[in-house]
Design a binder for this molecule. Structure first.
Ligand SMILES: [Zn+2]
Length: 309
């Protein structure tokens, strides 16, 4: 639960979601810029790696663009749902959090649990080596510069591993204390039960990160896009409660149909506009033709009159 780094965009503004958004595919931070096109003002988040330009081996192959203001609405909806549920069903909420944390534990923490004995074994080895080195140096059986070089190398490894071990143990104990985490999250929701406005401070209290997936149709104006919200204390909390905010299969189909219909309507509008312009152009040609014919007719009449005289 580190505080995210929040940076103003080019306009000196800090969006409430700044520092919380991450690209699902490359893991990079997403940046938020303001889009003034079409006379509006939209906040658009995009993967910072993709937008780093045409690198030879780009870390990310797609922009992951998302409307940050719409995303704010979704986040607010999800938070409100969790909040309502957790306050009216405390026991069920706690059980859900525990179940959820246990599920997350299986993937990530199993690896971490295996890593711990590896680290402790190596730490013991290094400790022995360092003791031996110290003895050798005291007895004068190893040159001073050699001693310094070796002891520096081993103590660096020692402290790196120590730090890694402390981090792992902290993370694991956090998972073990699922009940405590649910309680902490409940306290948080109770404190903000009446909130109406999602301030950056509240967002950061509740959310540790949001992963933005790529849209189902890239570069489409309308597409379905998934996000994963990681909450403080309770992690990724996706279940019956939050799914209320997720569209159902039927809803997705309906959304797709609406998108298709919008596309067809756009195409129809384009053709209507085109034929209108075509007719207008034709009309112009028709009038031009009439004018030419009238001129020719007058010229002929004039010639005939001249010939008659
Ligand atoms: Zn990316």
């Amino acid at each position: 639960e580190n505080a995210p780094v929040r940076r103003p965009n080019g306009d000196g503004e800090i969006h409430p979601l700044s520092g919380l958004l991450f690209c699902k595919d490359c893991g990079a931070k997403m940046h938020i810029r303001i889009d003034y096109r079409n006379g509006g003002k939209r906040h658009v988040a995009y993967c910072s790696e993709y937008h780093k330009g045409k690198a030879k081996n780009p870390k990310c192959h797609s922009p992951h663009i998302i409307d940050a203001d719409l995303l704010m609405q979704t986040v607010a909806e999800v938070l409100k749902k969790i909040e309502d549920y957790s306050i009216s069903n405390r026991a069920e909420f706690e059980a859900l959090v525990k179940k959820n944390l246990a599920m997350q534990q299986t993937d990530q923490t199993k690896k971490q649990q295996k890593r711990i004995p590896q680290i402790t074994t190596r730490l013991e080895q290094i400790d022995k080596v360092l003791n031996k080195l110290y003895e050798d140096n005291a007895l004068g059986t190893i040159p001073q510069d050699r001693y310094e070089q070796m002891s520096q190398k081993y103590s660096e490894e020692y402290y790196t591993l120590k730090t890694e071990l402390a981090t792992l143990q902290e993370q694991l104990s956090a998972f073990e204390n699922a009940g405590g985490r649910a309680q902490k999250f409940l306290k948080l929701t109770e404190r903000h039960a009446a909130f109406t406005d999602l301030t950056p401070a509240i967002l950061n209290e509740f959310i540790s990160r949001i992963e933005v997936h790529e849209r189902d149709q890239k570069r489409a104006r309308y597409a379905i896009q998934h996000i994963s919200i990681y909450f403080n204390y309770i992690g990724r909390f996706e279940n019956e409660v939050t799914q209320l905010a997720e569209p159902t299969e039927q809803k997705i189909r309906q959304m797709r149909e609406e998108i298709e219909e919008a596309k067809r309507e756009k195409s129809r509008a384009y053709h209507r506009q085109y034929s209108r312009e075509y007719r207008a152009r034709n009309l112009e040609k028709q009038r031009e033709y009439d004018r030419i014919k009238a001129r020719e007719y007058r010229a002929r009449r004039k010639a005939q009159a001249a010939a008659a005289q």
